[in-house]
Design a protein around this ligand. Sequence first.
Ligand code: GTP
Ligand code: MG
Length: 195
Amino acid sequence: MKVHRAEMVAAAASAARFPKPSAPEVAFLGRSNVGKSSLLNRLVGRRSLARTSGTPGKTRLVHWYRVEGPGRELLLVDLPGYGYAKVSRSERQRWRTLVESYLDGRPTLKGAVLLQDVRRDFSEDETLLIDWLAERDVPVIVALTKSDKLKPMRRAERVRALRRAIGLPAERAIATSAQTGAGIPELWRAIDALL
Ligand code: GTP
Ligand code: MG
């Protein structure tokens, strides 16, 4: 989609502060440092709309970004990353409450983009999340991130293995790079299909 305008419209640390549901929303989910904020920026073609960082656990709030294209509007939602080792039990519980209250109670949620580093295998965190979303009828797209880090042959191998591991068709499990822009048109196509 051609993006005319993109801006952050809300940020919240608890369900009580979530903005009132309006436009259709697509949520970005994944392990801390997997590249959620970077991919979001690349999708909207703004270098630093969402804060990115080499320090895992940077995004602790839910952020809403309004994206406007020709004749339409949607909200991309950057959820805080999970699985960051240096996080206390209570912090982990806080993450769970925040993310579940978002995913469970959002009438305008059209689907989720689950990010997975293409170099790594899915862990239980991802498989549990995928099952959890399926039980709630939230469609999932998997973005296999940082694809620029692998040479083409190895990348193709990894993409095949990861698709097989979760049983998703090619148009729902897409290799992406926030650095080169690879996979961005395919990801937009998959997002558009949710709306
Ligand atoms: P949290 O907010 O902590 O959950 O992290 P995040 O998932 O938002 O990750 P973020 O976008 O901040 O990126 C983490 C690091 O990975 C940064 O150093 C990025 O520059 C790097 N990175 C993200 N995407 C890519 C990519 O496609 N290719 C490469 N080479 N590096 C990337
Ligand atoms: Mg982030």
